[in-house]
Design a protein around this ligand. Structure first.
Ligand SMILES: Nc1ncnc2c1ncn2[C@@H]1O[C@H](COP(=O)(O)OP(=O)(O)O)[C@@H](O)[C@H]1O
Ligand SMILES: [Mg+2]
Length: 399
């Protein structure tokens, strides 16, 4: 067996890496049920005789907008198909195809992949599109993803043309519905003619995920992509908390999960532990930079040092505030400082939270009550311990 073959066949925590791909769209989108329902109610008319419906979905990056649009389009096509109504959909990434011509060509190539790229006006392309749809007797849902890029660089003509696609031919199932997706509310970017086809009720504003929703998303990916038992429950919580601290970005969660898995594989470990997550995050994105740490007062650093030590020693994702406070007192003794009172310690903890150095959650798995559980989400505890200890020893540090 060659060295490469040995590596390829070595043990792994993964069972299907494709399920961690950003293009993969799961059957269910935990935490986006309300938005799926809202879209269904907006496009419901298509099942009831309407010949077109349009909507806008907008919200911050990594909040599942593209996944939501794609999942919705597939589910809608299936539901309408059961009623004998043929619907197809096409998604155009307007960040990549910023002109009306390129976007129109991308829509058309769904039906005519070998079409020559140049030499046709948008009007001609839309006529061809109609012919293709007539032939299939199909309705088309066009998803214009990252539509702000198109609107900014080429205006709203294509949006207008698509929303009015059915006008000339009279009412018919053969036609176009539009679903615009963007990081911002783009209605102000539409000119009045295009805007008139949009109602405020057709706007779905998306918020970043909170930790419990991210937990559901991470759990789902763990089940799809990892060997059973390969990912600790605490690991899931830690990834969710870390992504919640990144504005509720699910993409961040999935990326960290994948990197943590790769680190476990590199070590030949059979389980993905919180320490792998911290290392993966230190890699992906790190708040814990020396410059930021340098700005912290001495007792706040001692608190962070205490938490890092507890996490390292206990090997879990979280340590309780009680156990962290004990470690804080020990750390103070070591450097000849008088430990501050409990209420003051709490203030240090909150200062670390506000600075994004640590995260807290109330009561973890298996433990009752309202104990606070603390964690350092985005760097290995060992690295934080070492950096903070160095800073505390540095000569000339102000208290
Ligand atoms: N509710 C969810 N359930 C499962 N996966 C999700 C969910 N929301 C987002 N994701 C995943 O997170 C990543 C980022 O989502 P994406 O739709 O690309 O976000 P956006 O388009 O808002 O930037 C993708 O891999 C996507 O599949
Ligand atoms: Mg997107």
């Amino acid at each position: 067996m060659s060295l490469v073959e040995g590596e390829l066949e070595g043990p792994t925590v993964f069972k299907d890496l494709a399920k961690l791909d950003f293009d993969f769209v799961p059957d269910a989108l935990p935490g986006r049920e309300d938005e799926q329902r809202k879209l269904a109610s907006i496009y419901r008319g298509l099942a009831q005789g309407a010949t077109r419906e349009h909507a806008l979905v907008w919200g911050p990056v990594g909040t599942g907008k593209t996944a939501l649009a794609e999942r919705f389009a597939r589910d809608l096509a299936q539901a309408l198909g059961k009623q004998g109504k043929a619907m197809v959909h096409v998604r155009v990434n307007c960040r990549k195809l910023k002109s009306a011509g390129l976007a129109a060509l991308a829509i058309l190539s769904k039906f005519d992949p070998n079409r020559p790229e140049r030499g046709f006006s948008i009007g001609e392309m839309l006529l061809d599109l109609r012919r293709h749809l007539e032939r299939r007797q199909a309705h088309l849902l066009v998803i214009l993803d990252e539509v702000d890029a198109l609107l900014r660089s080429d205006g709203s003509n294509l949006v207008y043309d698509l929303t009015r696609f059915n006008d000339d031919a009279g009412p018919s199932w053969v036609g176009v519905s539009l679903l615009m997706v963007s990081q911002e509310n783009v209605l102000p970017l539409l000119d009045p003619a295009a805007l008139s086809t949009f109602k405020q009720t057709n706007v779905v504003a998306i918020q970043g995920y909170a930790a419990p929703q991210l937990e559901g998303i991470v759990k789902q990916r763990v089940q799809l992509a990892f060997q059973s038992g390969a990912v600790d429950a605490d690991t899931v919580l830690l990834v969710a908390d870390a992504a919640a601290a990144q504005n509720g970005n699910a993409r961040f969660a999935i990326e960290v999960l994948q990197k943590a898995g790769r680190l476990a594989d590199d070590e030949g470990a059979s389980r993905v532990t919180p320490e792998h997550v911290r290392a993966a995050q230190g890699d992906t994105f790190s708040y814990i930079t020396t410059t930021k740490l340098q700005a912290l007062p001495r007792h706040v650093l001692l608190t962070l040092l205490a938490l890092a030590r507890r996490l390292k020693r206990e090997g879990g994702a979280y340590a309780t505030t009680g156990s962290t406070e004990e470690a804080y007192k020990l750390a103070c003794e070591e450097v000849g400082e008088e430990p501050r009172a409990h209420t003051q310690f709490w203030k240090y903890v909150n200062q670390l939270k506000d600075g994004g150095f640590i995260v807290g959650r109330l009561s973890g798995k298996g433990q009752a009550g309202t104990t606070q559980f603390l964690s350092i989400p985005d760097a290995p505890a060992a690295v934080v311990e070492q950096k903070v200890a160095e800073l505390l020893r540095a000569p000339g540090r102000q208290p």
